[in-house]
Design a protein around this ligand. Sequence first.
Ligand SMILES: Cc1cc2nc3c(=O)[nH]c(=O)nc-3n(C[C@H](O)[C@H](O)[C@H](O)COP(=O)(O)OP(=O)(O)OC[C@H]3O[C@@H](n4cnc5c(N)ncnc54)[C@H](O)[C@@H]3O)c2cc1C
Ligand code: FES
Ligand code: FES
Length: 489
Amino acid sequence: MNTQALRFFKHGEIVTLHNVPPTRTLLEVLREDLHCTGTKEGCNEGDCGACTVVIGEERNGQLHTRAVNSCIRMAHSIDGMALWTVEDISAADGTQHPAQEAMVQCHGSQCGFCTPGFVMSLFGLYQDCRGQAVSRDTALEALSGNLCRCTGYRPILDAAQAMTALPPARLDTAEVLSKLKLLAQATQGLQANSSYISPRNLKALLAARAQYPQAQIVAGCTDVGLWVTKMHMQFAQVLDVTQVRELRRIEQYPRHIAIGAAVSLTDAYAALVADRPQLQTFAQRFAGLPVRNSGTLGGNVANGSPIGDSMPLLIALGANVVLMSERGHRELPLEDLYTGYRQNVMAPDEVLAWIKVPKAVPAERSRVYKISKRFEDDISAVCLALNLHIVDSVVQKASIGVGGVAATPVRARQTEAALTGQPWNQDTVRRIQQVLRNEFSPISDMRASAAYRSTVLGNLLQRYWLESQGLQTVEVHHLDTLQLEGAAS
Ligand SMILES: Cc1cc2nc3c(=O)[nH]c(=O)nc-3n(C[C@H](O)[C@H](O)[C@H](O)COP(=O)(O)OP(=O)(O)OC[C@H]3O[C@@H](n4cnc5c(N)ncnc54)[C@H](O)[C@@H]3O)c2cc1C
Ligand code: FES
Ligand code: FES
């Protein structure tokens, strides 16, 4: 099988690498092939942020940068992009970048192992905020994928806020864009029988899928990357969907939003939150920022983990998925995609192309609750999404998605049927809590016991009821300070 050359722009130069295997990670290439050992390996599974780097692409004529984890990203996925590691951000005369200088001034580093990762997340934030002041919340979000064992987070958050007040560092975006243009011209396109296939358009993707049905599809690799680094799986051939221009689009229609399968979780959730602002907290609780910057909505849905976060929400919102192949396309409700634990109805020549999400309507009251051990960067033990249409205190329509209680993400059909047509009051809620708890038989595992999952499921319905009565529950970082605000009227 052919291995295409890998080219990217780093430190003022175009780097060209040959014979990079399809499952070699970007971190391996950096540390072992390029000897850029500033980027650290901590967990090797996307959890700690020690390996954070920033990648850049051209989007609508502008340079778009984002922080990602290099440990679970396949190296070939950055072909044609710009890359910054901690070695690349100080000025030519050695002046530290404000992200570095602020860490020094605020005493943001002790043993220093995590520091390159924090600095690169800060560099990503610096690019995004374009000289504007950084709020504490923005700093928290930007650093949500970085762990530090010894310094404590307060000085690091201080550094995030202090860096924009330091003498500015300007990135020569015109130069980067011109190099990206050069790289785009040099792209070899689809080569026959290549070990890493990265089609640029849908037609080429569907042709490649039909020709190489055994190739491992990857998107952001935030699931597949761990199969490589933790389960030591190797794939002879990889089919990367992330450069397919049609699948990177978000399209707005009068009644729905169509999100391309290769749209990053960051962008997909921004579109969902724009339509339903109440989803903001939930969106921020999906992994940490670098994972959301790499991972895609299509990858979350296609992976079909029973504890994946997007699916309960999308089921409750009535989303459909569009599967495509050279034979044509078909559309089905999201919950019908799954046939068993991480099994789905996709044929070997099909890909997931679109997720179509109905827009909010005035009658709906949609909420989603994630229960996990940690507030940030943790997978759900239970996830419950409710979308009820309550008119004149009667439930006209109920749409409920649940995660963490079965082998797949599921629709709570019995509970929906039991709720529909019922008066919306505490008695109904008490009765329906039992229906919801009895509808599923969750398992016990390291995240939670079966009994806990069932109990909490019913409790979340009570929370939804209380919120519908004007009580505001506040999601805070420590459960011991969880408060209920306001009073029932
Ligand atoms: C530290 C960390 C934290 C995480 N936290 C969360 C969390 O809070 N909530 C959560 O739900 N998940 C979480 N995840 C899991 C993961 O980030 C998500 O499932 C993510 O959406 C996967 O998307 P991806 O693009 O990276 O998919 P990939 O890993 O590239 O692919 C996943 C699967 O989908 C298939 N696939 C991808 N795209 C397509 C397509 N277009 N057509 C057909 N098949 C396709 C692949 O073949 C593969 O089987 C976390 C992961 C990490 C590493
Ligand atoms: S090494 Fe921990 S996130 Fe990559
Ligand atoms: S400074 Fe030691 S882990 Fe952060």
